[in-house]
Design a protein around this ligand. Structure first.
Ligand code: ADP
Length: 484
């Protein structure tokens, strides 16, 4: 069912370091989660090879920093154009290694590319400041300079976009970059490198080091003194490990960690719109995004109606191989991911919840799981505390605004939250009180390159995208000029 690539050279299995394609004796297998089939054997780089890539990035960076913003912008813009031209092939590679439906895979390619376009534009606008002096003979100037070498560690759920969101601002700022893609999905990262090379990104500026030794390479990136910054997307647990490893060398860090997003439906909401929003916020990418709605709170007056409407919509989702026509929902990434969904359902049912849709593995086998709706969810259940990262919507009932805000904020995480209401005063009140970096109001889709993506509490540090996103890759230097 897979689509043949128009340009088979995009399917690269070698590592890309210092402008060279490197095959290693040791390789690791990449599987298609839709079929379980092995689709590639990829170069397996360990800590020593990571150190070599860091050396290359460190040697190449000063010259890249010398380029004008416009010169860097031109190369990034070319890279963006190539990603758009090759979007179909990039989508096919992504669909094959990750399993999300082909159209959604293509959507991710466009989304990832949009960051490269955005930061190509921002490369020209890294402005400093002139501050009136504090003494008559003094002048104060503020420069913004690239942090240096950036080490990147990314997950499998967005094999292209998670890297694009990081590498684009880094390169725009004048940094060099060493990317360790998730071991489950290295092919999309390598395809990006093929196009970066064609776009004219100089040798050593963008390096991709696939490998099976996540901990070993992670430690090298975090402890190597030539790396100035770590940018990571993944679990809070691994984020904590990386932060500890970065402490001795005081590295700058951007962390996009776990979420546990509340999705609140007030009784004044447009219920059909709220159901549409919940479908996107919950079931997009089969529930495998860090901003997925994890806890759905519905006000008592509309609870039953919402549950019925959601159940009906969820029943229309079509599970299957992402390459097949009409499929809306692919397999889960792994057996472990599926087991977690099953655990959350079993725990909730044991504590009194009821499955009204799905609740079981699909008869397609493998890691296909039927999109699920639960009613009667309660705060003591695992689904209330932990991110499910799968197609499970637990519906909690609430009575009033204060109660639901307290429940929504009763979490160590604070990435995204969502709510539906048509009352203007309530919209402001609730938006101000929710403890999260992002709030979707009457919408279930908040991700865009023009806005700052990021979390508070244990959901992370820093922001990706928007005019704020480039700041994470810049240092401020203040010049004090005397004797004027
Ligand atoms: P997820 O559940 O999304 O896979 P993880 O935090 O486990 O989240 O993984 C995110 C990325 O971090 C993956 O590329 C994984 O290989 C990598 N990773 C896992 N453990 C470590 C570690 N100890 N050090 C560095 N990277 C790690």
């Amino acid at each position: 069912t897979a689509r043949p690539l128009k340009d088979p050279s995009l399917l690269e299995t070698r590592a890309y370091v210092n402008g060279e394609w490197i095959a290693t004796e040791k390789t690791f297998a990449v599987h298609d989660p839709a079929t379980g089939a092995c689709i590639a054997h990829v170069a397996d780089l360990g800590a020593a090879e990571a150190a070599a890539a860091i050396d290359a990035a460190h040697a190449a960076q000063p010259a890249w920093e010398e380029w004008t913003g416009k010169e860097r912008a031109t190369v990034l813009r070319k890279w963006f154009d190539l990603m758009i031209e090759n979007a179909d092939d990039l989508a096919s590679i992504l669909c094959a290694e990750m399993g999300k439906p082909w159209a959604e895979s293509r959507g991710e390619i466009l989304y990832g590319a949009s960051f490269i376009e955005w930061f190509a534009e921002e490369a020209k606008r890294i402005y400093g400041d002139v501050i009136p002096g504090h003494q008559r003979d003094k002048r104060i100037v503020v420069l913004k300079q690239p942090v240096g070498v950036v080490g990147s560690i990314t997950p499998w759920n967005f094999p292209n976009a998670m890297i694009a969101r990081k590498v684009a601002p880094a390169l725009a700022a004048g940094c060099s970059f060493v990317a360790r893609p998730a071991e489950l999905t290295p092919l999309s990262a390598l395809a990006m490198a093929v196009l970066a090379e064609r776009a004219g990104v100089p040798a050593g500026i963008f390096n991709v080091i696939p490998g099976s030794d996540a901990a070993g390479v992670g430690q090298e990136l975090c402890t190597n003194p030539k790396v100035s910054k770590i940018t990571f997307t993944g679990s809070t647990r691994v984020g904590q490990i990386l932060m500890q490893q970065c402490a001795p060398t005081i590295k700058k860090m951007s962390l996009e960690l776990g979420g546990n997003a509340p999705f609140i439906v007030f009784d004044d909401a447009d219920l059909d719109a709220a159901v549409e929003g919940a479908m996107i916020a919950k079931y997009r990418n089969n529930g495998q995004t860090c901003v997925c709605a994890n806890r759905i709170y519905v006000q008592a007056g509309v609870y039953d109606a919402f549950a019925e409407k959601l159940k009906a919509k969820v029943g229309t989702l079509k599970l299957g191989n992402g390459f097949d026509e009409g499929v809306t929902t692919g397999p889960l990434i792994s057996e472990a991911a599926l087991a977690k969904v099953e655990r959350h359902i079993a725990d909730a049912v044991e504590k009194g919840a009821e499955v009204i849709e799905g609740g079981q593995r699909s008869n397609l086998g493998g890691t296909y799981f039927r999109p699920t709706v639960l009613i009667g969810a309660k705060p003591g259940m695992q689904v209330a505390k932990e991110e499910t990262f799968g197609p499970l919507a637990p519906l909690f009932k609430f009575e009033d605004e204060a109660e639901v805000i307290a429940m929504a904020n009763d979490s160590d995480f604070g990435l995204a939250s969502y709510f539906y209401s048509r009352d203007m005063a309530r919209v402001w009140r609730v938006a101000e009180k929710l403890e999260s970096g992002m709030v979707g109001i009457n919408t279930g889709l908040i991700s865009t390159e023009v806005a700052p993506f990021g979390g508070i509490k244990q959901s992370g540090l820093g922001r990706e995208g928007s005019k704020y996103g480039i700041e994470d890759y810049l240092e401020i230097k203040y010049l004090c000029l005397g004797e004027i």
